[in-house]
Design a protein around this ligand. Sequence first.
Ligand code: ZN
Length: 295
Amino acid sequence: MDFHTQYKEIKRLKPAGIRGIARAAVLDALAMADRAKGIGKDLGKPRVQFIYIHHVFKDEEKPLAALLKTLGETHRFIPYSEGVERVLGGNIDRAYACISSDDGLKNNVRAAEILTEHGASGCFFINPAIINAGTREEVERFCRDRIHFPLVEFMDWRDVDRLMKLGHEIGSHTMGHSDVATMGQAEFEEDCGQCIEVITRRCGGVRHFAFPYGRFVNFNDTARQTVFKAGFISCASAERGCHIPHGRPLRNDELCLRRDHVGLDWKLGHILHFLAKNARNAGISGNLFPYAQCG
Ligand SMILES: [Zn+2]
């Protein structure tokens, strides 16, 4: 199949538009202001910062390495499970970073290798239904309807094995990348159970869950609790933020992880701006799902 291998090809198919250009100009100005005042103190603030990517195309390999090198100057990379444990126990004595990646694209294997080269271990959230996808039609449909992306290749189970051999963790991102907000309760419960069954059979276990699309509108508190009842020990959103000690130990099912999406074609200054802003705005309410009472 004629899969894309360069992100610049994808970007040509999805141009930034006026809004994207305006956003980049604003971020340029903010990053310049950051440079003038210095953000090293913000970036070094004790907290756990979860970051996620989706893909590392060939032209994104060097940017990933550069990002990890820069982040490593102020953060210690820790495995995802350790990040969760540290937030739950409030054991956060310095700046920590946990990297994850969603959707299981084939080039996540390169991402895993580059993470390993930089002493970082990641958690890869996969959709079992598209691992070892059968026909081109299936892959096309998944790309178009589920991840809203041009045609790309996905990992097979051997690739997933390779990730685990490198010491990375495998998490669940639902069977087929559904928007959980559109699923019935029974359907979501069944999906969680099926994910645990399939990933456990192939990988020996699965502990972490990340909601597809991941904004707070894409799931409610009932869905969040369903994740824990199914047997996962953490659930993650895709809302920006970071985690600081709560002042008391948190139960697993109280914690709703925030993860910052990072595009590897973004300027480093823009990425650091978001992370420094998270550090400045960090509060204990960031550890909890904001709509727990009215979900
Ligand atoms: Zn996703």
